[in-house]
Design a binder for this molecule. Structure first.
Ligand code: SAH
Length: 215
């Protein structure tokens, strides 16, 4: 059997694995089953593409673990009855971006490393995903010309809460963000009429959200 035939049903197997990890939202599981994760990893790692693990993508960065991609996606869908627009910080190879694109009207994503952003753009085109806008820039600043957003997903760990990102949420919108350096906690920030509510939900492990110049 060829590699491509072997991979054809692998997304479905990964989705089943995520059910065991506690992912319940059927829409998220279907999106995971549909997105070909093997297209996002380096050729030498294709055999690991449908395991529930983070993998290196070059430039010292990683493709996130599928369980955390699913969990963060589940959180933003649970918080909003209709998600029009989502901002992702840290496009990387674009896997989380592609999962979000299955589920919401429009995804905006910012990446600080130009070569990763370029590869992600090419891949999104190959996969025929057209409800995505990608930008090379510093995610600490968000994307103010496209704000406000129903949801923001930050896929790198911030040393402290990025104020500009909070301000780009709609009232009722949520941001899912890992905060910390060695010890990282996943937080959910909800914008209310009065201000912001912050919930602390789990220990996580992400690459750092780098402050300063873009590459
Ligand atoms: N969303 C990706 C995860 C990529 S890893 C996935 O689905 O697999 C996190 C990414 O955040 C890296 O590509 C890294 O370069 C990027 N990043 C780090 N600091 C950033 C910043 N300040 N602005 C934008 N992107 C940043």
């Amino acid at each position: 059997m060829s590699v491509s035939l072997n991979l054809a049903r692998s997304g479905e197997r990964l989705a089943q694995l995520l059910v065991q990890e506690g992912i319940k939202d059927q829409r998220v599981l279907e999106a995971i089953a549909r997105v070909p994760r093997h297209a996002f990893v380096q050729p030498a790692l294709i055999h690991k593409a449908y395991e529930n693990t983070a993998l290196p993508i070059g430039k010292g960065q990683t493709i996130s673990q599928p369980a955390i991609v699913a969990r963060m996606t589940e959180i933003i869908l649970a918080a909003n009855s209709k998600v029009e627009n989502v901002l992702e910080i840290g496009t990387g190879c674009g896997y989380q971006t592609a999962v979000l694109a299955q589920l919401v009207n429009k995804v905006f994503s910012v990446e600080r490393i130009a070569s990763l952003q370029f590869q992600a753009r090419r891949l999104m085109r190959q996969l025929d995903l057209h409800n995505i806008s990608l930008k090379h820039g510093d995610g600490w600043k968000g994307w103010s010309s496209k704000a406000p957003f129903d949801a923001i997903i930050v896929t790198a760990a911030a040393a402290s809460m990025p104020q500009k990102l909070k301000e780009q949420l709609k009232v009722g919108g949520v941001m899912v963000i890992p905060i910390g350096i060695e010890e990282q906690r996943l937080k959910i920030v909800t914008r209310t009429e009065e201000g912001f509510e912050i919930k602390d939900i789990a220990n996580v492990k992400f690459v750092p959200l780098i402050a300063g110049d873009i590459e």
